[in-house]
Write a protein that binds this ligand. Structure first.
Ligand code: 5AD
Length: 329
């Protein structure tokens, strides 16, 4: 009996740390079997349609100083920008006209852009009738509630790593606080997206196993795994990228254990590996984010360094077709 069959027989709810470690490091036949199981679960929960999201990177100012991110506040070699409300609305209209139903507003953590959100969220939600997804960092509880009142549907805040020591080392804030913000998002009535980064310097395999269990415990509506990409002008710029295999295995395990969440095939997969996003769909993902940030700002949004792969609609559609899937209507 294969290892996968043994886990299927005892039930995924009885999966142990040893099982997760074995699956996370799987390659070859075992990995293919894992991905196949993930695809079966995706089909069973009727989540084979790939959701397209249109992201607008509204600002690259950030209060935080995370060592992995080039938007960190002490990076003085970056021109900072905030988009105008008019530009955001016209870009959201382009997203709508492309047939995409989710507008994803992403930006650094910065309370100075709240005025902007107060203007644009209601328009995108109530006039353009699109779903509003936010990723704007750690904000006070009342701000998450405010975003929900304005019409936001969902919010992404990744835990990044479940290892308290590593998390604090790289983000200079405690993990316990990060997890509290995550709870606030859920209690504000927003759908929650969370996830981890794979391949951080000093990240142990044990902690990646714990990441899987933390993701399950949080019970998010979306979950992602992303390979670490060394960012220019960051203290981590000379480190190597994260493993695409562990990233894909982690996505597949979350698909099997959590069953219904939306799982994106992130653009960073494409940076570390040719056809990486297709591999993500093969591993159980069902979301692709397309970048609609105005061209002149795209290069300043250095979330993943110079080597960033900017996903356009054409690439997304080809990837989905290549994986034998369809866009969710
Ligand atoms: N490598 C991988 N993921 C990164 N993120 C930011 N910088 C990097 C990087 N260098 C991810 C983090 C963050 C999200 C918005 O982008 O997980 O939460």
């Amino acid at each position: 009996m294969t290892y996968i069959k043994q886990i299927q027989d005892k039930g995924i709810e009885h999966i142990t740390k040893e099982d997760v470690q074995y699956l996370l490091t799987s390659k070859g036949n075992l990995q293919q079997e894992l991905f196949q199981w993930a695809r079966e679960v995706r089909r069973e929960v009727k989540a084979d349609g790939v959701l397209l999201r249109g992201v607008i990177e509204i600002s690259n100012y950030c209060q935080k100083n995370c060592d992995y991110c080039a938007m960190r506040t002490t990076n003085k070699d970056l021109n900072r920008y905030i988009l105008d409300p008019d530009d955001i609305i016209s870009t959201a209209t382009i997203i709508k006209n492309s047939g995409i139903k989710v507008v994803f507003l992403q930006g650094g953590q910065n309370p100075d852009i709240d005025y902007l959100l107060e203007q644009v969220i209601p328009v995108i939600k109530k006039e353009l009738h699109l779903e509003v997804l936010l990723c704007l960092g750690e904000r006070p509880r009342h701000v998450y509630e405010k975003f929900a009142q304005l019409g936001a549907d969902s919010y992404i805040l990744k835990f990044e790593s479940s290892d308290p020591k590593l998390y604090e080392e790289i983000s200079h804030t405690p993990l316990a606080r990060r997890l509290e913000y995550i709870k606030w998002i859920q209690s504000a009535g927003l759908k929650l997206g969370t996830g981890n980064i794979v391949g951080l310097h000093n990240q142990s395999l044990q902690s990646l196993v714990e990441d899987i269990f933390l993701g399950i415990k949080i019970q998010p509506d979306f979950i992602s795994s992303s390979p670490f990409i060394p960012g220019v002008n960051t203290p981590m710029q000379n480190y190597i990228s994260g493993s695409s295999d562990i990233t894909l295995n982690s996505m597949a395990i979350w698909r099997i254990a959590l069953r219904t969440p939306r799982i994106p095939a992130v653009s960073a997969l494409e940076t570390v590996c040719k056809d990486g996003q297709k591999m993500g769909l093969d591993a159980g993902a069902n979301v692709i984010t397309i970048n609609f940030t105005p061209k002149e700002n795209q290069n300043l949004y250095k979330i993943y360094s110079e080597r960033r792969f900017v996903v356009n609609l054409d690439h997304a559609l080809r990837t989905i077709e290549g994986a034998g899937l369809r866009v969710l209507n």
